[in-house]
Design a protein around this ligand. Structure first.
Ligand SMILES: [Zn+2]
Length: 91
């Protein structure tokens, strides 16, 4: 029996992909969305494709707000996150 691959849904485009191919993001108490690279940060997480378009779409469609259950005004995507997503994988 092949191992079951954990699948997750991108909150930006709704595509279901293997968890490993998606970027897990978490929200800090300050309401910033940050990448959770090791997958170890606690709390509620959301998943995005490694594509800046998915981040933008998730913000526009309030998918992240829904995922983290916060009002739209309490969420922000810092440049740091924008650089992480879709950036080069070197470093
Ligand atoms: Zn996506």
């Amino acid at each position: 029996m092949p191992k079951k691959i954990p699948m997750r849904t991108c909150v930006g485009c709704g595509t279901v992909r293997p968890k490993k191919e998606l970027i897990r993001v978490v929200m800090t108490p300050e309401g910033e969305i940050l990448p959770d690279k090791g997958g170890r940060a606690g709390g509620r997480g959301a998943y995005l494709c490694n594509d800046p378009a998915c981040l933008e779409r998730a913000l526009r469609r309030r998918s992240l707000q829904r995922a983290f259950r916060v009002p739209q005004s309490e969420i922000s995507a810092p440049d740091r996150l924008r650089e992480e997503i879709g950036g080069t994988d070197a470093g």
